[in-house]
Design a protein around this ligand. Structure first.
Ligand code: FAD
Length: 449
């Protein structure tokens, strides 16, 4: 019951939960939820703390499923697997691989928990592939009333569409059933081409490659494109070369020049141009779960918006104009990706094939002006923020962006009628309030007598 200090990966969010709990079974999760409900306390659930917003933070009770990891059941014929919700993606990839299975797509890191990743609509890139939540075919959840709910598209169609991206506000997800593919290899290729050329070809590249993304460095003309396609080739690992490019160049060296930019922000455009000219190029072949993820050792803050796929070029042109009008001190690249539209109520890709544009700023450097200016552009194109990344939107604006907003709030009320799963931040974001903090403090005192 000792108070601890908690911080997210980038250090942008800090909180002091009064209680941190690590249950090891569904029964223990039920017990925690019932205790919180009885005592009028608030409960948030944490994955790996890799969101940039206070979406997982708690000032009261925090629950982590780090001790609920691993495979529960594999159905080889149906190509599905049920896994404990706390399982980290890296471990999940290896466990599935041993069963001859793999996820169809992943984001660019693999340290998140599967429940944390799906709860914010975490995505990778690929026109034909939705975000990770679209891979979910079943969930076991301990709701805000402490009941265990087995939920799928067939058993509870509405609840399921709300639960697939639910921001930790409908219940504690304890098990996730995923739709999978037979394990497969990917050939990865990194090339450098002029940004103008890339913009001309981007729609076609996205169409013709299983996974395509590009990194555009502000103030620089060359950009990096990454192509990933299925292959039968032998695994080609160049351990030393990969270590040099992934760890020494993309992390150690980039970390050092980022420190230089923090101390001398005016150097940022030069550093951005230098980085663009030095991106590691080449090819490698490996099993998918080992290739999608990259190492991110240099800490930063990030904003990412989903926009309609066809707006990619127009948004980038406006971003370039804004960057040339106002010289922002930024040397981190802009990451541009794609996702297939879906029907998940709070998924940023709801109802539209999408592009995602992510902007970054080195930790410790001022990001506000840059992020706000770019956000105004994203919003002009109907942008929807990534739930785990920085944004300035409030409930009134979010309601306009999500056709199923009210339906989600109705399910929220059904599954957590006392609002115990809401922090102040989540209450504001969804425009609902949780139990009165006064009641919770009084009960806590009574409890301690
Ligand atoms: C370096 C870096 C790279 C990233 N790359 C990508 C990327 O490529 N693509 C992308 O889309 N995003 C990316 N992200 C964002 C990240 O994937 C999301 O923020 C993700 O939600 C973080 O997962 P987590 O396990 O850390 O969850 P947390 O950040 O801890 O929690 C996120 C949400 O999930 C909820 N939650 C966690 N566990 C449960 C549970 N058991 N039941 C119910 N709710 C739960 C929490 O309450 C919270 O609302 C990146 C972030 C970082 C820091």
């Amino acid at each position: 019951m000792k108070q601890v200090q908690w911080s997210n990966w980038s250090g942008s969010v800090r909180s002091n939960p009064r209680t941190v709990l690590y249950p090891t079974s569904i029964a223990e999760v039920e017990k925690v939820v019932r205790m919180c409900r009885q005592e009028g306390r608030r409960l948030r659930v944490i994955g790996s703390g890799h969101s940039f917003t206070p979406i997982a933070a708690s000032e009261d009770c925090l629950i982590s499923l780090d001790r609920m990891q691993g495979l529960v059941h594999v159905d080889a014929e149906a190509r599905t697997a049920t896994v404990w919700a706390g399982t980290k993606l890296k471990l999940l990839g290896e466990l599935l691989f041993r069963q001859g299975l793999a996820q169809e797509n992943l984001g660019d890191i693999d340290v998140q928990s599967i429940a944390g990743a799906i709860s914010t609509g975490t995505h990778g890139t690929g026109r034909a592939y939705g975000n990770i939540s679209t891979q979910v075919v079943g969930l076991t959840v301990v709701t805000g009333t402490g009941e265990v709910l087995e939920c799928s598209g067939e058993s509870h169609p509405d609840w399921f569409k709300a639960l697939q991206v639910s921001l930790g506000t409908l219940g504690i997800i304890v098990q996730v059933t995923l739709r999978l593919e037979p394990a497969y290899k990917i050939e990865y290729e990194s090339r450098r081409i002029p940004l103008g050329e890339c913009l001309k070809q981007q729609a076609q590249l996205a169409e013709e490659n299983r996974h395509f993304e590009f990194y555009w460095f502000p103030y620089a003309e060359p950009c990096q494109i990454k192509l990933m396609n299925k292959t039968d080739q032998e695994v080609k690992e160049h351990r030393i070369k990969d270590y040099i490019s992934d760890v020494l160049v993309e992390n150690t060296l980039f970390g050092l020049i980022s420190e230089l930019c923090r101390k001398v922000p005016k150097a940022s455009p030069y550093v951005s141009r230098l980085s663009a000219s030095q991106v590691p190029l080449g090819r490698k072949v490996n099993y998918s779960h080992r290739l999608f993820a990259t190492r991110r050792l240099v800490r930063f803050n990030e904003m990412e918006y989903n926009i309609p796929a066809e707006s990619m070029n127009a948004v980038i042109e406006e971003m370039r104009e804004e960057l040339s009008r106002n010289k922002y001190h930024v040397h981190f690249p802009v990451e541009c990706r794609y996702a297939k539209g879906d029907d998940i109520w709070l998924s940023p890709a709801y109802g539209r094939d999408s592009a995602y544009i992510a902007i970054h700023m080195y930790k410790g450097m001022q990001h506000e002006d840059y992020f706000s200016a770019m956000e105004r552009i994203f919003l002009r194109y109907g942008g929807r923020p990534h739930w785990g990344k920085m944004h300035h939107l409030e409930a009134a604006q979010l309601r306009e962006l999500y056709p199923m907003w009210e339906a989600f709030r109705t399910v929220r009320q059904e599954l957590d009628p006392d609002g115990i799963l809401l922090s102040d931040y989540m209450g504001r974001l969804l425009d609902v309030s949780g139990p009165s903090p006064v009641r919770s403090v009084i009960l806590d005192r009574i409890h301690n007598i």
